[in-house]
Ligand binder design. Structure first.
Ligand code: FEO
Length: 172
C-alpha cells in the first residue's frame, strides 16, 4: 500500500512523463514541418516512449492501492530558433526528469517503501540511457554547426545513431 506522500510524488511523476511526451511531440511536429523526416521520426518515437513511462507509473500506482491522477498538462514549447537549441532543450529536459526520479528514489528510501524503490530502478537505468543519448546527439549537432549538408546527413542517420548510443550504455 502506498503512503499518501509516495502516491502524491508518483502522481507528480506521471504528470512529468505525460508532459515529456508532449514536449517531444511538439519537437517532432516542428522538425516535420521543417522537412527533416529523420529527426521528426526520432522525436515521435521519443514521445511514444514517454507515454509508456507514464503508463507504467499509472499501473503501478493503481496496483499498489493508490489512484493514478490524470491531470492537466503544461503546454510545451512549439517553436525553436534552431535544431541545436531543440536538442539542447531535449538534454535539459532529460536532466530535469532524472532529478525528479532521483528525488522520488530518495523519498521511497526515507519512507522505507522498498517496493516503490525497486520499481523506480527501471527509471534510474532509463534516465542514464536517455541522458547519454541526448549528449551524443548534441555532440553531433555541435559538430555540424550551420552546415546544411551536415544536417541533411544527420537527419538521415539519427535513428542509427541512437541505436548505437543505447548499445554503448552499460547495463545499470
Ligand atoms: Fe521518461 Fe525521458 O524521461
Amino acid at each position: 500500500m502506498l503512503s499518501k506522500n509516495i502516491e502524491a510524488a508518483l502522481n507528480q511523476q506521471i504528470r512529468i512523463e505525460a508532459e515529456s511526451s508532449q514536449v517531444y511531440l511538439a519537437m517532432a511536429v516542428w522538425a516535420e514541418v521543417k522537412g527533416l523526416e529523420g529527426i521528426a521520426s526520432f522525436m515521435y518515437d521519443q514521445s511514444d516512449e514517454e507515454r509508456v513511462h507514464m503508463l507504467k507509473l499509472v499501473k503501478f500506482v493503481n496496483e499498489r492501492g493508490g489512484h493514478a491522477h490524470i491531470s492537466e498538462l503544461n503546454a510545451p514549447n512549439v517553436t525553436f530558433n534552431s535544431f541545436k537549441e531543440m536538442f539542447e532543450k531535449l538534454l535539459e529536459h532529460e536532466i530535469y526528469v532524472s532529478n525528479s526520479i532521483n528525488e522520488l528514489v530518495h523519498t521511497s528510501l526515507q519512507e522505507k517503501d522498498y517496493a516503490t524503490h525497486n520499481f523506480l530502478q527501471w527509471y534510474v537505468a532509463e534516465q542514464i540511457e536517455e541522458e547519454a543519448m541526448a549528449r551524443t546527439i548534441l555532440d553531433k549537432v555541435n559538430m555540424i554547426g550551420d552546415d546544411k549538408g551536415g544536417l541533411y546527413l544527420f537527419d538521415r542517420d539519427i535513428q542509427q545513431l541512437t541505436v548505437e548510443s543505447a548499445a554503448d550504455v552499460p547495463d545499470a
